[in-house]
Design a protein around this ligand. Structure first.
Ligand code: NG6
Ligand code: CA
Length: 497
């Protein structure tokens, strides 16, 4: 009797995962542009796995990251608060403190509250710890203090120290006899640097990136020790993907939320040898193929475990594309006619659409019909939208910018947000298909990347319905509309929590 009772319980346990509580898998690329995948029109790069996702899902043509660089974009996505509201949310060094207050509501804590097993694997770049960090001890606070049950991350980026993985609260594979030290101020005596020892490099910087050397690639910042814990760039995508496979398959009694934060195609672009030369576009293209393959492996994992039907997948990118982002990696030379931002102007670092409008695909076979949507949606909406999915009351004052766009994500509504602020240097306001970029001083081109910043001292107004490429500034033709949008931006900017 008892054993029957238990086996019935056991058999029915997976049913807890009802259609209302799908697994949620966020597949997040780093610096992947709107035009970098074939289902968004690229003829030069073929991304069959992302295309497979799009073919069975809903592909958004106006989906956004909230900022044109990583840290502010991820800060907004996790917290539901635009990063421009909070100081210290620009691109962080690898030894920065955690910029999200422990215990604060995040996209992960919303799902954790609903009984989900939550995890983040991959690139973090939101800071760790609360003061000067001893990397050899317990690394906290971090993801586990803001809603994740598990993490397997790198602290910042592949081009920043420390070049190690952190599993929950500890560095992976660290030998206590060889402790790690990190400094963004001064080099450690006796350590070679990219600047002093270019003869040790196999990938040379084009700007910056001339400090600590690992695997023949110089990075930003200095570190010493931790030899047994240092990552190998070529294996990074496989390491993260294997961790993700393990997380997905670890326990089927609870629904899971996994934020899979891939590093590709961010610099340094050092894909595994099996992708080298495969795109014909050099390491940047090869790294995109590697990201696509990771997506494929995770889709296969869901299929193998019968999880695909009731898993809500969102695929997107943290900001738009960049070609030369600091290494001489042939990205410029081998670009050919490929347009990383597709029909959009600008890219990473830019207030033009290419800065934040990114691939944005939703797939949930049990609920979402395949198709294409032009609803305006943004990653800052994830906290409120996940709360709506969980039928939670979401009146969180720490997430003032997060809107419930669930009906749009599920394809039940054709409209998403009526307005959106995106952040590069200048802020820009979208209302419908209108785009207003606030007046901004500063160079029109980023001196390092040679890409457009979107700065113009007079301000700009574009009608994206007829001018997606933001070529014709209508500021002086439509002064009334521009003034209204400027006033609205000012008002929205003043919202305090
Ligand atoms: C810039 C780096 C760039 C990249 C970026 C962050 C230099 C000259 N450039 O400062 O290579 O690391 O920061 O990218 O150091 S992000 O996608 O994480 O925002
Ligand atoms: Ca990025």
């Amino acid at each position: 009797m008892r054993s029957i009772f238990f086996s019935v319980l056991f058999l029915t346990a997976p049913a807890l995962l009802s259609a209302a509580t799908p697994n949620v898998l966020l597949l997040y690329a780093d610096d992947l542009g709107y035009g970098d995948v074939s289902c968004y029109g690229s003829k030069m790069i073929s991304t069959p796995n992302i295309d497979r996702l799009a073919a069975s899902g809903l592909r958004f043509t106006d989906g956004h990251a909230s900022a044109a660089t990583c840290t502010p974009s991820r800060y907004a996505m996790l917290t539901g608060e635009y990063a421009f509201r909070k100081k210290g949310t620009g691109i962080l060094p690898g030894d920065a403190q955690l910029i999200i207050e422990p215990g604060r509501t995040t996209m992960a804590s919303v799902l954790k509250r609903a009984g989900y097993r939550t995890g983040v694997i991959g690139k973090w770049h939101l800071g760790l710890g609360s003061g000067s960090m001893d990397w050899n001890g317990k690394i906290s606070p971090g993801p586990l203090e803001i809603g994740f049950d598990h993490c397997y991350i790198m602290a910042a980026t592949g081009d920043r120290v420390p070049c190690v993985y952190v599993d929950d609260h500890r560095i992976v594979g660290l030998d206590p006899a060889d402790p790690i030290e990190v400094s963004y101020k001064t080099p450690f005596p006796g350590q070679p640097t990219g600047k002093a020892n270019p003869e040790l490099l196999r990938v040379h910087p084009s700007h910056g990136h001339d400090q600590f050397i690992l695997n023949g690639i110089s990075r930003i910042g200095h570190m010493k020790g931790g030899k047994s814990a240092l990552w190998k760039d070529e294996d990074m995508a496989d390491v993260f993907t294997q961790q993700a496979v393990d997380f997905i398959t670890a326990g089927k009694d609870k629904p899971f939320f996994l934020y899979f934060a891939a590093h590709d195609p961010h610099v340094p672009r050092v894909p595994h040898p099996r992708f080298v030369g495969k795109s014909g576009m050099g390491p940047r293209g090869d790294a995109i193929l590697q990201f696509d393959a990771c997506v494929g492996r995770l889709l296969d994992t869901l299929d193998q475990h019968g999880l695909a039907e009731n898993t809500l997948i969102i695929l997107s990118s943290d900001n738009g594309p960049v070609v030369d982002d600091g290494y001489q990696d042939e990205a410029v030379e081998k670009l050919g006619s490929h347009l990383p931002a597709g029909p959009l102007r600008g890219g990473k670092y830019s207030a033009f659409e290419g800065g934040t409008r990114v691939p944005f695909i939703v797939r949930w076979p049990a609920r979402v019909k395949a198709g294409v949507s032009d609803a305006l949606v943004c990653q800052v909406d994830f906290p409120a939208t996940f709360a709506a999915l969980m039928e939670q009351d979401f009146k969180d004052t720490t997430a003032p910018d997060s809107m419930n766009v669930l009906p749009a994500l599920l394809g039940e509504s054709k409209t998403g947000r009526d307005h959106l602020i995106v952040q590069a240097g200048p802020l820009a306001l979208r209302e419908g298909t209108w785009k207003y970029i606030e007046p901004a001083q500063g160079p029109k081109k980023n001196k390092n990347t040679n890409s457009e910043t979107g700065a113009d001292p007079a301000g700009q107004l574009y009608d994206l319905s007829t001018d997606l490429g933001e070529k014709k500034n209508l500021l002086t033709e439509q002064t009334e509309r521009a003034a209204k949008m400027a006033a609205k931006l000012k008002e929205l900017r003043g919202v305090v929590r």
